[in-house]
Write a protein that binds this ligand. Sequence first.
Ligand code: ASP
Length: 703
Amino acid sequence: MKRIRQIALITMIAVGIMPISRADEGMFPISEITRLDLTAKGLEMDPNDIFNPDKTCLVDGICRVNGCTGSFVSPRGLIITNHHCAFRAIQSASSTDHDYLNDGFQAPTPGDEIPASGYTVRVTESFSDVSDQVLSVIVPNMSFVDRTKAIERRQKELEKQAEIDNPGARAEVAEMFTGKTYVLFLYTYIKDVRLVFAPPSSIGNFGGDVDNWEWPRHTGDFSFMRAYVAPDGSTADYSPENVPYQPKRFIQVAPQGANEGNFVMLLGYPGRTARHKTSSFLRYEENTRLPYIVSLYGRQIATMQAAGENNRSVALKLLSRIQSLANTEKRSRGQLKGLKTADIAAKRAAEEIGLQSFIEQEPNRKSRYGNLLKDIDAVYSEMASHADAEANFQYLRSASQVLQLAYTLYDSSVERQKEDLERESAYMDRNFDQTRQRLLLVQKDLDIPTDQLMLENMLKQIADAGQQEPELDRLSIAQLYSGTRLSDPEFLKSCLGMTPAELAAIDDTFLQWAIRLYPKYQELRELDKEREGQLGQLYGELISVKQQFLATQFVPDANATLRLTFGTVRGYSPEDAVYMAPATTLSGVIAKTTGVEPFVTPEKVVQMHAARDYGEYAHPELNDIPIAILYDTDTTGGNSGSPILNAKGQLVGVNFDRAFEATINDFAWNTNYSRSIGVDIRYVLWITDKVYGAKQLIKEMGL
Ligand code: ASP
C-alpha cells in the first residue's frame, strides 16, 4: 500500500469546518481532527497521531467490517467488533449440530477459524477532493435523470482509474455534501475474513429486541474476527495459504476500561444521517416512510418469528434477517417518537423561515435561491403522494427472497450486456464477485414455506391497497413455487452469466415473473434517479446559501466514511425525575436474568458471579464486573463496533448502540438525550479470558 500513501493528500477544506462552539456535536471527517483542539477537551496524546498521512497513526488500526466498524487489536490482523456485526458469519457457520449462535464459538488455533463468507474489511489509506472533477460533467439544461447518470458515471470512472493506478486498493467516491462536494477515498481491501471468537447469543445479544435501543443495557455485544491476505501481502479471496494481515498499527487494549466522567473518542464508519435536510424531508419521514417501515417490518418479523419458533433449523436460516429488520423497526419507532416529542420538523421549519427572509433580503440572492425551499418541498410532496404504492412494489422484491434472486439474475444479465461504466454499480466487474456471493448467501438461507407466506402477505397488502395485481399472469402462489428451481444452488449458478435471452428461454415461474415485472422496476429506477438528480441540485444550492446565512461551514452528514466523534462517559435524564447512571454491572445482568429468552444467562457466568470470581477485571470500588457504559458521542448505524478510545487512544470498550431517545440522532443531535452505548472492555476480557478460557487471544492482544 506504500504507493497510496504517496498520493498527495488534499485536506477537505471544501468539505467543511466544524462550528467550534458546538464541538460536542459532530461526526468529524478525519481531515478536521487537528482543528478540534482535542487536547483542551481531555485528549492526552498528540492529535497528529490520530490521523497522519505521513506516518503510521491510530487510524491505521481502525477498519470497516461490512457495514460496521472494527479495530485491529493485535499485529496479526485480530479484529474486535460487535456480536451483531459478526452475526451473519456466526449464523452461516451454525447448524443444529454446531449451534454457535446458541453456544458461542472459539477457534483454539488459527486453523480452526471459520471463513466469514460475504465479509470484507477495509482500512482508510488516503483521500482527495474530487468535487470539481465530478461536477464538471454537469451541463446546462441537463435533465435530472441525465444529471444523476453523468455524476454516477464520473464517480465510477474515477474509482476505476484509481484502482488501476493503485493495484489491489479499493477506491470509492463519497458524496460529502449532497450535490456539492465529493471525495475519493482509497482503502486497503481485504476479502478473506474469518470468525475467531463469539460469545453465545445469551451474552452477545442478552436482552434481545426488548433491550435493543435501550438503556440500561447488559449486553456483551462483542466478537473477534481476523483479516487474512495472500502470503505476499496482497488482497486475496479465501485460501488456506493466506496469512494474517499485518496492520500498520494496532490499537492497544486498556483493561482498566472507562468510568463516569472520562473523556472518550470513537473512530468509525457512521452510515447515514440527515441533518442538512429540510423540514419537508422530516415530514416525509414522519408521516410517510417511517410509519410504513414500522408497520411492514413488524408484520414480517412476526411471520418469521412464528416460522422459527419451534424449529431451530428454520430459525437458523431466518435469524439474521429477523435481527436486521427488528433493529430497523425499533429504531424507526424511536425516530417517530423523537420526531413528534422533540418537534424536530417544526424547529427546522422555523429555521427555514429565517433562511427564507435572508434569501429575500437581496435581489440577486432572491433570484437564485428564492424558490429553493419550495422546490424541495415539491419533490417530497410528489414522493409522498405515490409513496405507499411504490413501496409496496419495491418491497415485493424483498418480501420473497426467491423473487429477489430471480430479479437480480435478470437484472444482472441485462446490466452485464452494457459497457462496464454504464452498469448499475453492483454489476460492474469490480463488484460482481460480491454480488454473486450475496446471491448465494441469500439462497443458502431460503426457507420456502416462510418465503411463500411472506409473499402471500405482501400480495394481500397490494390487493388491499387497491393496486393492480403485479403481473402474476393467473398463476397461483402454489404454482409459482412448484415451477421454480431457484432454490437449487447449481441451477442458480448456471443462470449467473446468462444473457437476457437465455434466461427468458428458461421455463421457470419466478424467472418469468421477474421478467414480466422488470419494465416496472426499470421505471422506478429511472424515477429514483430523476428525484436524486433534482434533490442533488437543490441541496447543493441549499448548502451554499445556508453557509452564507449562518456565516459558518458544517460537518457533512454521515456517509459511511471514516469519522471521529468525542465526548464523556455520562448519564442523562430521559424524562422528568428520571436519571440514568452511565454504567451497568454483572449484578445487573444477574438481576435481569429470568431464564426466559432473551434474559437467559449461561450457568457458568451465574456461578462465577456468585463466587465473585472476577480475576483482574473487577471494578476496583464496586467489586463487580462493569458491563456497559453510556457516553455523549455523536454516532449512528455503522458506528457499531467502533472502538471506544480513552484519552491516550487505547481501547476501553466497543460501541454497539444508542439510547432510545438517541435514535433521533440521525436527524438531530442533542446534548440532553444523545447517548451512545458500548460494552466495557472489562466484561469483554472477563468473558473471553475467565469464562471461556480463550487465553490465546488475551496473550495475542499483549495483555
Ligand atoms: N445498534 C446500532 C445499529 O446497529 C448502532 C447505532 O445505530 O448506534 O444500527
